[in-house]
Design a protein around this ligand. Sequence first.
Ligand code: HEM
Length: 417
Amino acid sequence: PAPRASVVPDTGGWEYSGVMSALALGRQPNPYPCYQVVRERGVFLPGEIAGGRVTLVTGHAQASAALAHPAVGHGYRDGVSYRGTMEDGLGSLLRADPPDHGRLRRLVGRAFTPGVVAALAPGITETADDLLDEALAQGEVDAVTAFTRPLPLRVMCRLLGVPDVDEPLFGEWADALARGLDPRPTLSEQENAARQSATVGFEAYFRDLLADRRAHPRADLLSSLVAIHDEDGDALTETELLELCTLLLVAGYETTVNLLGASILALADHPAALAALRADPTLIGPAVEEVLRYDPPVQIIGRTILADLAIDGHELTRGEGLLMLVGAANRDPAAYDEPDTFRIDRFTGTGRARRHLGFGIGIHYCLGAPLARIEADLALRALLRRTSAITVVRDQVTFRGQIVVRGVRTLPVRLTA
Ligand code: HEM
């Protein structure tokens, strides 16, 4: 459909003044009117970050086409990358190109199976119930501290086989590493140092844990990862295993915390949707899908142009950076009817909506999507089952200061049993 006539959005005084101004939008309480302004400037917006050419992609079709294009990748190995080296502990498959990417993804897929995800389900509900026991006893809590953060942390630790006592340590490392996902020039010296020391601490910890699982295999993902071999005898090296563990923690923890927070917030803002989910919990799955479109935890997906190419008639040159603005693309009126309306039935039935970019698209499509979906579904089921009312103290909600990962920092709520 043709873009409809735009209504001037209320951006609270914010104006587009180059790519950097658009990158930090995810930190705002409501960045979406600003994303609309950015999108209306163009679907491709060229600019610079720290002297390097970077183009923002704001349209859904164009971002999808870029993510599926074989000459749009990361380019670390060939020295094309505009983001420097891969020495940030987040190498692994997230930033690898074919054929390395395919090899890693195939090997990991042998260990991270649907059975592994299904086995985590009872523990997710049990942990959610334990956390809700405590939260309900208090009545007024910060939902982040009480629920949305401890739940995914426990799930991630259980998945990897990390003992419960080490959870706090993990939480700290994950915070520092998640900021490391942001474009390097946007990190302060202090944040860089914290990221580096978390990488070192995390690697040392996992080196020991991997050695233990080699000697004494258990029923956890780590034990399977050290044991996997494909038909040709190919296996993951020690370095690859360590990178992968770091990646799983960063990619799977903060993101899920923020999906839970965004879900609670969206439901609190849409009482009719909340009531519908209470009446029929099978609607929770599609509602979570809509949250991933409406307020996605991952706001930016970055790539490098590996060879000169054109997408939708727009020319891009080798070596330049491409930043997909997920928050803008997911509300592109050319892709979705009433993009700014939260509709829990958008991804159900025959009129199924276009795929959202909340989990990415193409070869790097989120490896943990099945786990994230089941986790959010079970967490929200428990929350709705155990409460009769959820009141968010709207004016006390604060947001995290990261760029790639968006989410609430504090979410004060009153819970009624
Ligand atoms: C990749 C989002 C949960 C593991 C991705 C990508 C996105 C994403 C957007 C694509 C990045 C790109 O194309 O550059 C999310 C969101 C989650 C979530 C919003 C939760 C709500 C998880 C979980 C895990 C996980 C629970 C693991 C346990 C990964 C991995 C990749 C990835 C390993 C890289 C895949 C590859 O490069 O082939 N995720 N994710 N994610 N995610 Fe997730």
